[in-house]
Write a protein that binds this ligand. Structure first.
Ligand code: F1P
Length: 364
């Protein structure tokens, strides 16, 4: 089936509309600031355990890092399946926790069961973050953050990832005394739309190269979760081989497989730009194609030898995830189009993964 690019694809439409969804979500979150600040203050002395499945687990990784950067509250991130199977390795009886299960559908079996176990067996309060206010997860949680969200018809998560991330960052921002934080949050949608318009053609051109069939994504701190999600996106949408690592970890072995068929995408952090810029030069020496996303003042990496996205430096490590992620989603989308694969209907995947959909419920 030949897929044409543009509005015909559900996934494409959901990628390019996401910033409009951020504005609607922020309007509701702003109206609930008092309620959410009270919630924050009630649990600010606890360890916040973020959890989810698949894309929502990588979202939990990104959200918990940014949340801790903004609030100083200790956080932990773990796949929902680990809470289900090894709860004693996650929760220490001597500590007090709040569990933050994140789920687009609010129906994924592991995350629903993990939240139930935490609440009913371990007596840990739950704050659910979901796009579906009528879901099992939200209805079974003491607290929840939901927002007006135009339901995603695509199997893969795109705008749901960034909008749920935005709701966690908004919650964290309520505790900040920095007046700039709120202004930056509210300006993100326009900044991201401008970057999408500017860089979409470059992203598409990069992945249209048929020789590129191995994709590596690298990031530190809040960008590790993004690297993991970008790797999953290109795998789900274009059925391509992908890997993701802490940026500097790539040097300790995994780089052995880098070659001319490899596209290495490096998500530069403000905190680590010195080390990460040197890494970018090392990666080029491996013969791989390098795609760098950075704040415009982070490095002097030559645009002659690297493909570079420059985002406004004012946003920094707390907000750049919102400027990087839509472009990484487009990377996976355009690779699917280049391979003439329909990203709206990824192989072997369903929009919601429940045990009932694996082996006729034999997991019960
Ligand atoms: C998350 C998830 C995604 C996966 C696919 C199916 O579900 O498993 O990770 O990529 O989109 O859904 P949810 O718990 O966030 O609804």
């Amino acid at each position: 089936m030949s897929i044409t690019v543009s509005g015909q694809s559900i996934t494409y439409q959901e990628i390019v509309r996401q910033q409009k969804g951020w504005k609607k979500a922020l309007a509701k979150l702003e109206s609930e600031s008092k309620k959410n600040l009270d919630l924050f203050n009630k649990y600010k002395d606890r360890t916040w355990v973020f959890t989810g499945c698949g894309t929502s687990y990588y979202l939990a990784q990104t959200a918990s890092t940014i949340f801790e950067m903004l609030t100083g509250i200790h956080t932990k991130t773990i796949p929902a399946s680990e809470i289900l199977i090894f709860p004693k390795l996650v929760f220490n009886p001597a500590s007090k926790y709040l569990i933050v299960p994140i789920s687009r559908s609010g129906e994924s079996t592991e995350v629903v069961l993990a939240a139930q176990k935490a609440r009913d067996e371990l007596k840990i309060p739950t704050l659910a973050v979901s796009c579906n206010p009528d879901s099992k997860l939200v209805k079974g949680s003491e607290h929840s953050i939901t927002f007006p969200f135009e339901k995603e018809k695509s199997v893969v998560m795109t705008g749901s990832f960034t909008t749920m991330l935005l709701s966690v960052v908004h919650l964290a921002s309520l505790s900040s005394s920095d007046p700039e934080i709120r202004e930056k949050l509210l300006s993100l949608a326009d900044a991201s739309e401008t970057l999408m318009r500017k860089y979409e053609p470059i992203v598409r051109k990069i992945v249209e190269d048929p020789n590129l069939n191995h994709f590596v994504f690298l990031g530190q701190g809040p960008f590790l979760g993004l690297a993991n999600e970008a790797a999953l996106k290109i795998q789900e949408m274009s059925i391509s081989l992908s890997q993701s690592y802490h940026a500097l970890e790539y040097r300790h072995g995994p780089k052995s497989t880098a070659a001319a068929n490899t596209l290495i995408t490096l998500l530069l952090s403000e905190e680590g730009k010195k080390y990460e810029s040197h890494l970018a030069e090392d990666l080029k020496a491996l013969g791989a194609k390098t795609f760098i996303l950075q704040g415009e003042s982070y490095s002097t990496l030559s645009e002659e030898i690297h493909d570079v996205v420059n985002v406004p430096s004012r946003y920094g490590d707390v907000f750049n995830a919102f400027l990087y992620m839509p472009l990484l989603q487009l990377l996976g989308y355009y690779k699917a189009i280049a391979k003439n694969i329909n990203p709206d209907n990824p192989k072997n995947l369903s929009a919601v993964v429940t045990f009932e959909t694996i082996g006729n419920g034999k997991y019960e």
